[in-house]
Structure formats: structure tokens, C-alpha cells
Design a protein around this ligand. Structure first.
Ligand SMILES: [Zn+2]
Length: 271
């Protein structure tokens, strides 16, 4: 399905686990490999031509951003946004169809990027400027909880709004926001400056575990699976997109918070 030539997002906005999963998968096929690089759509044509034939030295995810470093020192910064996606196919690949911004090819695979919010060539200084704008990434081993705590504890905004602010911490989107707060037993409307340090620490650890599981599962599953079978769609979250709380069977309340829909159980999540 296409809308204005852009692929329609098959799900909600990607959260940090999607980008870290992509970085892992792309590293396996691209790291240390000289690639063919083109822009079938033309909007990234000069940049793609500059990278053609170069070796990919490193691929990393930071929050919802991807960075591809090349042997010349050039870096491609990709932000998928709501519509961006990579399609992967085996060689020999079919001629490009649709608006493909960047096509990366090796002898074995082809990766087609379409619909990203950002796909740009940056030097190292510009890459570090993007990093600087982002709060600690929960999925990175070097993530510093104390930096996120400083930003949270000095804010009068609600923790529900703060979790979506990528300059406070990065990688959490709407699903993990609802599920992290639920499992940590915290109400989304608690103000940052009212939150206790030990509650924040519990939330941080919960989100780290949930996101890491998401990288492994390639999807968001925060509820233990039913006995003897895999969780079906609609059984994978405690409160996100639910009408009834999976723990107490009370109503799940939904309202607008930080310009996205928040889901919470007023019984299980204390203020
Ligand atoms: Zn409940």
C-alpha cells in the first residue's frame, strides 16, 4: 500500500529495539564489506555515489537513529520516522520499485531504504552533534542512568511526557512508555521532580529489560506468554492498546499525554 509514493507504515512508530535490531542485522551483512551504493529515487544520488565502492567500517544505533560509518570517514545518518523502512532481499535483486532513497548492495544481499525522515551524509563532528542532542540510550551498554535522572528530577513535566522526550532518554516510544510505567507500577502523571530516585531506577531497569527483549524477539512482548503457546496479537501488552488491565482486570484509561495516546491502569499504577 502506498500513499503519495511513500510506503505506509505497517505498525506504530519504530522504537529503540527496532533500530538496534536493524544495526545488528546490517552489521552481519555489511561490516567490513565494500558496497554498491545508489539512490534509485535520486534524492540521495550524489551522496550515494560518493559511498559507492567504499567499505563499511561500523554500524551503530543511538536511540531511534542509525549511523553507517565508511572507510573515508563519511557517515550516513538515518532516521526512519513514521514511514521509513528497510526492505531486504537476496541477490540477484529485482530492479528498484517505488521511492527508494538508498540502495545498498553486496554480492549476497540488497537493502532498500524508503520513506525515511532523515538520510544524510555527516562528518564525525556532525554525528557527535546528533549524539549530544540525545539523552542516554537505554539499549547501549554505556548508557548513564544518572544523566537521565538529572533531567527527569529537575523537570515539572510528567514522567509520561518525559519518557517520549528523546533529549531526556532515548529509545522509548509510545508502547514501551505505557508498558514500562505499568510494570514499574508508576502512574504516568507523576511529575519528574516528584519521582523518587529508587522509583526511577526501577523504571530504568524495567525499560532496559523490555527493550533488550524486544531486540531479541523482533517485536514488543512485555507479558509472559500463555502456557504452552506463543502470545497472540492483543496478548502481548499489559495496558497498551488494551481495554482491560491484564493484571487486575479493571478498566485501562486512555488519554492524550505528550501528544500521543497514553494507556494506564489507575489501580495498578500509583501516583
Ligand atoms: Zn490494573
Amino acid at each position: 500500500m502506498r500513499l503519495d509514493g511513500r510506503p505506509v507504515s505497517s505498525g506504530p512508530m519504530p522504537e529503540g529495539h527496532t533500530l538496534h535490531r536493524l544495526a545488528l542485522d546490517h552489521r552481519k551483512v555489511l561490516a567490513g564489506v565494500r558496497i554498491r551504493s545508489t539512490s534509485p529515487q535520486g534524492r540521495f544520488a550524489d551522496e550515494a555515489a560518493e559511498l559507492d565502492g567504499q567499505r563499511v567500517d561500523a554500524i551503530e544505533a543511538f536511540g531511534k537513529h542509525l549511523f553507517y560509518r565508511f572507510e573515508s570517514g563519511a557517515n550516513v545518518h538515518v532516521h526512519l520516522g513514521l514511514y521509513g523502512r528497510f526492505r531486504r532481499s537476496k541477490q540477484p535483486v529485482l530492479p528498484p520499485r517505488g521511492a527508494i532513497r538508498w540502495r545498498i548492495e553486496t554480492d549476497d544481499v540488497c537493502l532498500d531504504l524508503s520513506g525515511p525522515t532523515a538520510c544524510e551524509l555527516l562528518d564525525l563532528e556532525q554525528v557527535s552533534a546528533v549524539h549530544q542532542r540525545l539523552g542516554p540510550d537505554l539499549l547501549r551498554a554505556d548508557a548513564r542512568a544518572d544523566l537521565a535522572w538529572e533531567r527527569v528530577s529537575s523537570s515539572r513535566r510528567s514522567i509520561g511526557a518525559l519518557l517520549l522526550d528523546q533529549s531526556v532518554l532515548s529509545g522509548v516510544g509510545n508502547v514501551y512508555r505505557a508498558e514500562g510505567l505499568f510494570v514499574a507500577g508508576l502512574h504516568p502523571e507523576i511529575r519528574g521532580d516528584e519521582l523518587e530516585r529508587r522509583d526511577f531506577t526501577r523504571l530504568w531497569k524495567t525499560l532496559r529489560q523490555q527493550l533488550a527483549k524486544g531486540v531479541k524477539d523482533r517485536r514488543i512482548v512485555t507479558v509472559p506468554p500463555p502456557e504452552g503457546r506463543r502470545a497472540r496479537k492483543g496478548e502481548r501488552t499489559w495496558v497498551y492498546n488494551q481495554r482491560i488491565c491484564k493484571r487486575c482486570e479493571g478498566p485501562v484509561r486512555r488519554w492524550e499525554l505528550g501528544s500521543r495516546t497514553m494507556f494506564a491502569c489507575d489501580t495498578c499504577q500509583r501516583r
